[in-house]
Design a protein around this ligand. Structure first.
Ligand code: ZN
Length: 129
């Protein structure tokens, strides 16, 4: 595994066919310094470049404002020159739940909780037709 010195993408040592994705300039329009502050982003399209810029910003600032719900307004244009496209990037964080089967040990629940669960189970059983 190595890293492309141009686009910083990981490349398998067996992959001799690496070609860097297109280069984009991405910047915050509200700073009014436009392309002075622009970052060079390699991505397959302008929307992916805006997304990658937003992710990098959130991670580097550690504020996670975009993922926290504050939209980002960005300008993107091909690094080689071309029309500017405006993007509004929305982020969101998604709760993740994961169930893992465990060894059930009634002793760890305590007698009171175990009695409550047994009572609830008995009630549920009694309600069955
Ligand atoms: Zn590359």
């Amino acid at each position: 595994m190595s890293i492309c010195e141009n686009c910083r993408e990981y490349i398998s040592d067996y992959d001799k066919s690496h070609r860097c994705p297109p280069a984009w300039l991405v910047w915050w329009p509200e700073t009014e310094r436009f392309e002075e502050d622009a970052q060079l982003i390699f991505a397959s399209n302008d929307a992916d470049a805006a997304t990658a810029f937003s992710q990098r910003y959130d991670w580097n600032s550690a504020s996670f404002s975009i993922v926290g719900g504050q939209d980002a307004w960005l300008c993107v244009r091909p690094a080689a020159g071309g029309p500017i496209t405006w993007f509004r990037v929305e982020g969101r964080s998604e709760p993740v739940y994961e169930a893992k089967a465990i060894q059930f040990r009634p002793a760890s629940l305590g007698k009171k909780r175990l009695a409550e669960m047994a009572a609830a189970a008995a009630k549920h059983t009694a309600e069955q037709p």
